[in-house]
Design a protein around this ligand. Structure first.
Ligand SMILES: [Zn+2]
Length: 103
């Protein structure tokens, strides 16, 4: 998630830099406005993506195009959905098991 934000930031920086060079080269300031056409936003990539949310630590599972797909992916990675409609990541599940054994 953070990597995509950083990648977008670098891409935008490179993009603006390229058009700045072109603008200076041709002596037309408005060329820089073309850079706006190629800006990318990390949030737009996440549109229509679904996640499973860990009710204990707040982590998100891998994304899926649908909630069902996200759930299947999460399940494959060791996530568990409990009967009380709560989802747990593998780390929290291990902790939960440890705690229940202690009682
Ligand atoms: Zn968790």
């Amino acid at each position: 998630m953070k990597k995509t934000v950083l990648a977008c930031l670098l891409l935008n920086l490179f993009n603006v830099l390229c058009f700045s060079i072109l603008a200076i080269f041709f002596g037309k300031w408005w060329i820089i406005l073309f850079a706006l056409l190629f800006l990318c936003f990390p949030a737009s990539r996440l549109k229509g993506q679904h996640f499973v949310y860990c009710d204990n630590c707040g982590r998100y599972s891998e994304s899926g195009a649908t909630l069902e797909e996200a759930r299947i992916r999460a399940k494959n990675h060791g996530w568990v959905s409990l009967s009380n409609n709560k989802d747990y990541c593998p780390d929290c599940l291990a902790e939960l098991k440890r705690n229940s054994k202690g009682v």
